[in-house]
Unconditional design. Sequence first.
Length: 192
Amino acid sequence: MTDRTTYVTLTGLRRRGWTDPMVRDLLGAPDVQGRDPRRWSLAPVRLYLLARVEAVERTPEFTRCAAASGRRSSAAEAGAEARRRAVLAAIRAEPIEVPRLPAAELERRAVRHRHLLGPRSPGGVAAGALVRWQVSYLRHALSRYEYLLDGLYGSTGRAEAERLLRRRVYEAIAAAYPVLAKECGRRIGTDR
């Protein structure tokens, strides 16, 4: 068994500012490789001798690689932020066109849409259900605007963009159908 205080894991190296390519290029193969006794895993634990890690960290090559890695990550963050701002601007600028239907046709389509989504409840239809179904149908009809979210992944502002798009869609529905404004407002309030 090895003394863990004299070795550093790959996770520990990452906490110290190492990237995977830096580990591969500057440290090479691990000093010890084996199974982690604390948890079962198929992946072997790679341990690097702490003295060797600290010696490499003092070299000019490590300093140069760390600086280049920092520039790459800040450039990637700047690119992600630019994409986020561009998508938010596109969502704000895009006109949301709600289909204008006669009240009877909207009710018919909303009921049909609801029945396609799931089985009817045995207790009958609750009060206000038709209004909720109409808003759901219109929201679904406007799902084509979700193409505006293309290019956003993970934590690059996708949740913020989705909230903005939902808000814009519900506001457009409320403007086109004032009788549905209260339900749209409720959904905007709960869609956080």
